[in-house]
Design a protein around this ligand. Structure first.
Ligand code: SF4
Length: 355
């Protein structure tokens, strides 16, 4: 049965009569977190029954929930056809000062969503890629991951979360459903998560980056770059044969970027592969003229991995070089963020920590 979460509010308005009920239904689902149509008390009983027969409200079922030491939580969700996907909730403690100068603490949540079951890209450092591609997730299956995580963790409906499309799959290989999900997330009667709180992360499908740019969803862009020359990048990401570094940079330069935002470049540091100062110099040159931010991520070797973790001092020297050349750069230390930063490591890192 079709899930109602697949429908944008405009589509729902077209499907039900009278159409003003779509707004109420959206609010029940995304702001009241109801578990059944029967709880939608301001709808006539006949409409609740009709909705029940036409749509499912829960396209996911929790199979497994695991919490890591840094507070991040991984969920394994079963889909209607028995396949499964992973979603990660990353809480981050924030300290701020209120108007009276008092310290206040609150938690900012980021949800790392999957966009496909499996992945076609086949990056050398990734477990998801190794198991191959199975199918795209529908928009509703993407939306449900965030809705379920908010509900399961009692995160108030009014509390906005950030979304990163960095879980399983290549989001731009499922462009249509990802773009639709961005819009459903943003609906004011729904979860109301602005596109500027949503980051679409890609392995660098240049033509799809251009397509996404022309649709101009307002979502932010992250590129998993991981290397500064084609020879190295092909070894890590064979997709580079089809979309080389030059084509990615050209596509990024055309991408519409919010005045206050930057394009994020994820760089998985691997010992003796891409961690030299020579690489740092090339990176600065490559990204010149782009409003960019670089996230350096420690590679964490897993059993059987052919790659090694970089030395702390090389990481520091790399970061210092970028920062001293006006290229904004951060090193991701938090375990949870390490997990989210490189989609392929998500499954692997969580598994290592939680097994
Ligand atoms: S790292 Fe991401 S893009 Fe690469 S194979 Fe894994 S899931 Fe696909």
């Amino acid at each position: 049965m079709k899930t109602i979460l697949d429908l944008s509010k405009q589509e729902l308005e077209a499907e039900i009569k009278p159409s003003f009920r779509a707004k109420q239904i959206y609010q029940w689902i995304y702001q009241q977190y109801v578990g059944s149509f029967d709880e939608m008390l301001n709808l006539p009983k006949s409409m609740r029954t009709e909705l029940e027969t036409r749509y499912s409200l829960s396209p996911l079922r929790v199979l497994k929930e695991e919490q890591s030491s840094d507070g991040s939580k991984k969920y394994l969700f079963a889909l209607h056809d028995g396949l499964s996907v992973e979603t990660v909730l990353l809480p981050m403690k924030i300290e701020e000062f209120d108007e009276d100068g008092q310290r206040v603490h609150h938690t900012r949540y980021t949800v790392c969503v999957s966009s496909q079951v499996g992945c076609k890209i086949g990056c050398a450092f990734c477990l998801t890629g190794k198991s191959g591609f199975v199918r795209n997730l529908s928009a509703g299956e993407i939306v449900a991951q965030v809705l379920f995580l908010k509900k399961l963790n009692n995160i108030d409906a009014a509390r906005r979360v950030n979304i990163v499309y960095m879980g399983m799959g290549e989001p731009l290989d499922n462009l249509q459903n990802v773009v639709k999900a961005v819009g459903i997330f943003a609906d004011i009667d729904g979860l109301s998560i602005s596109p500027r709180r949503q980051t679409i992360s890609t392995s660098g499908l240049s033509s799809q980056i251009e397509k996404l740019g022309s649709i101009d969803t307002g979502a932010l862009l992250a590129i998993s770059l991981h290397a500064v020359d084609d020879e190295t990048r092909v070894k890590l990401m064979p997709i580079n044969k089809a979309y080389n570094i030059k084509s990615i940079i050209e596509a990024v330069k055309k991408f519409p970027i919010d005045m206050r935002k930057r394009v994020l470049f994820e760089y998985l540091m691997i010992k003796d592969v891409n961690d030299s100062l020579e690489s740092a110099k090339k990176l600065v040159k490559l990204l010149s003229g782009i409003k960019a931010k670089v996230n350096l991520i420690y590679f964490n070797p897993h059993a059987g991995s052919e790659f090694g973790r970089p030395d702390e001092k090389d990481m520091r020297a790399f970061a210092d070089f970028l920062n001293s050349h006006a290229l904004l750069c951060t090193i991701r230390r938090s375990k949870g963020l390490d997990i989210s930063a490189a989609c392929g490591q998500l499954k692997q890192r969580q598994q290592n920590e939680l097994d």
